[in-house]
Design a protein. Structure first.
Length: 246
């Protein structure tokens, strides 16, 4: 596997999905016990749903925010290994996550893009300010920035909305030497298309690390299958070992 590195300082782009947080106690979306087995996307995760039934949408995200405060929900060995990779790899490492939890930043990752937003932030419809938010959110809450009431929503990207910081992500993909996809089913675009950009535009090596082959598995050059807490630390050790031995 170490031969996938052509250059000891190759820029790396990592994409993570819900699978990396599964062993921290957070549910994925499309596994049999996943969030979309219990909820209908069109009722809780679209701009139209927020207009039609704001209380239902807020309560869906309030429940998920509460779970993040559970003391048992902490970064696992996979989150920690990616933070270590960023610290120790001789080249750039950009971590792009589809997850709205805060486990990557708690693990210490700094060069991190939350392309689908963040559960612990809110956005104000009146002043557009994005503010940290830890508790339940509702129609009577007031914006910490403009003091207006009734215009707050979770700072998350709903289906039909544009993911965040795409320009920076595409630029990194077009210049990377290695693209690593971890714990994502490859169902949701634009993230599902990142592997092809890295492959075609950057001639990067690509690897999928997942519990099982994802829907986009055939697009990758390499694959490692198993639980993220085992596979990711082992792969990071291998990468860092190969860089140190050059
Ligand atoms: N280790 C590694 N992979 C795992 C683990 C684990 N312990 N547990 C589950 N997985 C894998 C599953 O096999 C699956 O392929 O993680 C993947 C999770 O896929 P999804 O549930 O579809 O989650 P994700 O790909 O992150 O979803 C993308 O869809 O609903 C939206 O906005 C939401 O960001 C989310 C996006």
């Amino acid at each position: 596997m170490t031969d996938i590195l052509r250059d000891e300082a190759a820029p790396i782009v990592i994409l993570t999905g819900a699978g990396i947080s599964r062993e921290s106690g957070l549910h994925t979306f499309r596994d049999p016990d996943g969030i979309w087995a219990k909820y209908d996307i069109s009722e809780v995760a679209t701009p139209e749903a927020f207009i039609a039934n704001p209380d239902l949408v807020q309560s869906f995200y309030n429940d998920r925010r509460k779970i993040l405060h559970d003391t048992a929900v902490i970064p696992n060995a996979a989150h920690l290994a990616l933070a270590r990779l960023e610290r120790e790899w001789p080249g750039d490492v950009l971590l792009v996550t589809q997850n709205i939890d805060d486990l990557h930043s708690r693990a210490g990752s700094k060069n991190l893009i939350h392309m689908h937003g963040e559960l612990l932030k809110i956005r104000c419809h009146h002043c557009e300010a994005i503010s940290p938010w830890q508790n339940d959110l509702g129609a009577t809450d007031t914006c910490p920035s403009c003091d207006k009431t009734g215009g707050l929503r979770p700072h998350v990207v709903w289906f039909g909305e544009m993911p965040l910081e795409m320009e920076r992500i595409y630029q990194a993909l077009e210049n990377c030497g290695l693209f690593i996809s971890i714990g994502t089913s490859g169902n949701v675009y634009p993230a599902a298309g990142f592997v092809e950009i890295a492959h075609h535009h950057a001639q990067a090596e690509t690897i999928e690390i997942n519990l099982e082959p994802s829907d986009g598995a055939s697009l990758f050059d390499h694959a490692i299958y198993g639980p993220a807490t085992q596979t990711v630390p082992a792969f990071v050790d291998q990468l860092l070992g190969s860089a140190a031995n050059r």
